[in-house]
Design a protein around this ligand. Structure first.
Ligand SMILES: N[C@@H](CCC[C@H](N)C(=O)O)C(=O)O
Length: 321
C-alpha cells in the first residue's frame, strides 16, 4: 500500500509491518525508515531486501533515522562521539549500502534525511539549521530559499598527505577496457574516495562501469571511484565557479546516478590538481554535473566543505519484513 510522501508517515504502522518512505537526491535513491524509539536493528539481509529493485522497494542505500542517545546507550561509538561533539544532534543517520554494508557517510543521504526528518515532524528547518549525527561526525544542514539543502560536510583530507597534494596522485585506477591504469587521487570525506581525471565528456560517457574499477594500492576498506572531466570556469552570481562532470562507482552499490561525498571529492581533487593542497587560484565553488542532475560544492571559510542540492521524498508505504 502506498501513499503520497507528503502524507504523515509516522502514524502507527499496521502490526508486523515496517513503514518506509522512498526518497532521492539527484536520483541517488534511498529507502528511509523512521525508528523513533531506536529499537530497530536492521540486519544486512533486511537491508538487501529493502534495497532490492525487484524483490523489495529498491534503492542505492537504506537510511534509518534513530535517536542518537538510544544508539549511544546501545554502545554505538559513533553516536557517543556525536553527542560529545554536539549534544543537540538528536537524530542519527544510520546509513547502509544496498549490499547491506555499513557506510560512514552519504552526502546525498544527509539532505534526504533532513527532508525525511521534516516529514516525520522531528525537525523544522524553516526555523534554523538541523544538526544530525553520522558515523563521520555531526553534519549541519540548512534549507536554502530555493528549497535546496546545504550540508556542512566538515573537514576532509588527502590520505596521501602533502606528497599526494604536491604530486596530485597517490593511487592508480583501471576501468574495464583501458589498456593501462591511470593516476588517481585519494580523498577522504569521512568515507573513502578515489578520483581519476578523464579527458573528455565523450570518453566519460563511453566508460564501462558495470564492473568495479580496480584501484591500486588496494584500499583497506574499499573505495568509491569518481571519474571526472573538468569543464572550465564560468562567472556565477558570487564570482568564478568551476564546473565538472562526473560518473561514480559506489562501494557497496555499483554505478549510481549521483554521489554527494563523491561530488565533494571530485571538486577537491580537481582543485588540488589546479592549486595544490591550498587550491590556490582555483575556484571555491564548483557545480558538479552527475547523470542524475547537478549539485554545488563550496569551500567554507573555516576549512570545511559544503554540499548543496535537492532532496525529494517520492512516496511512503508499508511492507512486511
Ligand atoms: N551516495 C552517497 C555515498 C554512500 C556511501 C558509499 N557508497 C560508501 O560506501 O562510502 C553519497 O551521496 O555520498
Amino acid at each position: 500500500m502506498t501513499q503520497p510522501a507528503t502524507s504523515p508517515a509516522h502514524s502507527a504502522p499496521t502490526p508486523g509491518t515496517l513503514a518506509f518512505t522512498k526518497g532521492h537526491g539527484t536520483q541517488n535513491d534511498f529507502v528511509l525508515v523512521a525508528d523513533l524509539a531506536g529499537e530497530l536493528d536492521l540486519s544486512p539481509e533486511q537491508v538487501r531486501r529493502l534495497a532490492d529493485r525487484r524483490g523489495g522497494i529498491g534503492g542505492d542505500g537504506v537510511i534509518r533515522l534513530a535517536p542518537t542517545a538510544a544508539l549511544a546507550r546501545a554502545g554505538e561509538e559513533a553516536a557517543q562521539a556525536v553527542l560529545t561533539q554536539d549534544p543537540t544532534a538528536e537524530w542519527f543517520m544510520d546509513y547502509r549500502n544496498a549490499d547491506g554494508s555499513v557506510a560512514e557517510m552519504c552526502g546525498n543521504g544527509v539532505r534526504v534525511f533532513a527532508a525525511f526528518a521534516e516529514q516525520q515532524g522531528v525537525a523544522d528547518l524553516s526555523t534554523g539549521p538541523l544538526s544530525l549525527g553520522t558515523r563521520a561526525g555531526v553534519k549541519r544542514v540548512t534549507k536554502e530559499a530555493s528549497g535546496w539543502y546545504a550540508v556542512d560536510m566538515g573537514r576532509w583530507f588527502l590520505p596521501g598527505g602533502e606528497a599526494a597534494a604536491a604530486e596530485g596522485y597517490d593511487a592508480a585506477v583501471a576501468v574495464r577496457g583501458w589498456t593501462a591504469p591511470r593516476p588517481a587521487l585519494s580523498v577522504d570525506l569521512g568515507n573513502p574516495h578515489t578520483v581519476v581525471a578523464i579527458s573528455s565528456v565523450e570518453e566519460l560517457a563511453s566508460l564501462e562501469l558495470f564492473q568495479a574499477p580496480e584501484v591500486a594500492p588496494v584500499p583497506p576498506h574499499g573505495t568509491n571511484v569518481e571519474l571526472v572531466v573538468p569543464l572550465g570556469e564560468e562567472e556565477g552570481p558570487d564570482g568564478v565557479v568551476g564546473r565538472l562532470r562526473m560518473r561514480v562507482h559506489e562501494r557497496g552499490v555499483g554505478e549510481t546516478p549521483s554521489c554527494g561525498t563523491g561530488a565533494c571529492a571530485a571538486a577537491l581533487a580537481v582543485r588540488t590538481w589546479q592549486g595544490g593542497a591550498s587550491g590556490a587560484g582555483a575556484p571555491d565553488t564548483w557545480l558538479v554535473e552527475v547523470p542524475g542532475g547537478e549539485v554545488r560544492v563550496r569551500m567554507l571559510p573555516g576549512g570545511t566543505v559544503e554540499l548543496a542540492g535537492p532532496a525529494e521524498l517520492v512516496y511512503s508505504g508499508e511492507l512486511t519484513l
